[in-house]
Ligand binder design. Structure first.
Ligand code: FAD
Ligand code: A2P
Length: 276
């Protein structure tokens, strides 16, 4: 039987909206991913974000926006995170371990959802850094492949080690039993992956903006240039990246849409600030 002392020692669910960490993986000294239990009542659309965090030193919740990186059918929730050395949240969050609790407000929102785009043939995911997180969700959602013949994931980071999370995710998807059952061997041609680095030598290099305006990515993948008749896009990176990619897409004749007004592309900030 439990004594009063046992009860006092048992970790109580003291946090509001507490969820339990189930696994943590560190990818570099600046990047990690983790999985948490999913509130039974939480419904979300792949690509949306929620507020998560920890209790601050003042006893109040310290919350930040995080894209849900797992697809909406997953029984757990996955997140992919930066570690900002002096960041109020991530200087602590980077130390979480399985069994720890985090706060998760179950109110998903966001513009990077399939419903915010008009139907099309090809869907481009354009991301830098942790901006790949919403696409980690959308790439794992069969609905994405029901709506589009081809999905192209362009991800750019400064160095090759920063691409590892996305690279492993795409490789696992290519061996995914559910998607394999749906699309068979053709699936490799349904999900194209174009990872580039800008500050370290690697097989593919250059900024997403440059690789689109020069036509290199279309040549490398054997695709026609982007056109408003066939192509749709979602952008997620720093403010500077988002602004520049938006201009490139508008140059191809695509227009920015929203949940309430679907068009050819949508944009969301991967973080607020100048970057580090
Ligand atoms: P903060 O005080 O929040 O940030 C300090 C500085 O660090 C910022 O000014 C900025 O210059 C830099 N910074 C913050 N986040 C990043 C980042 N992700 N990449 C590069 N530089 C950054 N962060 C994630 O790691 N994963 C996500 O999935 C994610 N989704 C987001 C979705 C939305 C809609 C928004 C607005 C932000 C998202 N963020 C995400 C950023 C996140 O909300 C926090 O900023 C981040 O967790 C750092 O928190 P912090 O308290 O440690 O530092
Ligand atoms: P670059 O190394 O040429 O600046 P950051 O770490 O600064 O957020 O950048 C992440 C990645 O996004 C880097 O590869 C960086 O390339 C690229 N990037 C940064 N700003 C832009 C932009 N305005 N347009 C296109 N790519 C960008």
């Amino acid at each position: 039987d439990m004594t009063v002392a046992d009860v006092a020692q048992k970790p109580a669910k003291t946090l509001p909206d507490a969820q339990t960490v189930t696994s943590v993986r560190h990818w570099t000294d600046r990047l990690f991913s983790f999985r948490v239990s999913r509130p039974a009542s939480l419904r979300f659309r792949s690509g949306e974000f929620v507020m998560i965090g920890l209790l601050g030193d003042n006893g109040k919740p310290l919350l930040r926006a995080y894209s849900i990186a797992s697809p909406n059918w997953d029984e757990e929730l996955e997140f992919y995170s930066i570690k900002v050395p002096d960041g109020p949240l991530t200087s602590k969050l980077q130390h979480i371990q399985p069994g720890d609790e985090i706060i998760l407000r179950p109110k998903p929102v966001g513009t990077l959802v399939l419903d915010a785009l008009l139907p099309g043939k090809r869907l481009w995911f354009l991301a830098t850094g942790t901006g790949i997180a919403p696409f980690a969700s959308l790439m794992r959602d069969p609905e994405t492949y029901e709506r589009y013949e081809q999905v192209i994931m362009m991800h750019t980071c400064r160095t090759a080690d920063e691409l590892a999370y996305g690279r492993e995710l795409v490789e696992n998807l290519r061996h995914d039993p559910l998607l394999g059952e749906l699309y068979g061997e053709d699936f490799a041609n349904r999900l194209l992956y174009y990872p580039t680095t800008t500050r370290e030598e690697s097989p593919l290099m250059g900024r997403i903006t440059d690789n689109m305006t020069s036509g290199k990515v279309f040549q490398d993948l054997g695709l026609p240039p982007i056109s408003p008749e066939t192509d749709r896009a979602m952008i997620c990176g720093s403010l500077a990246f988002n602004v520049d990619v938006k201009e490139v897409l508008e140059g191809f004749g695509l227009r920015e849409g929203a949940n309430s007004d679907p068009k050819e592309f949508v944009v969301e900030k991967a973080f607020v600030g100048d970057g580090i």
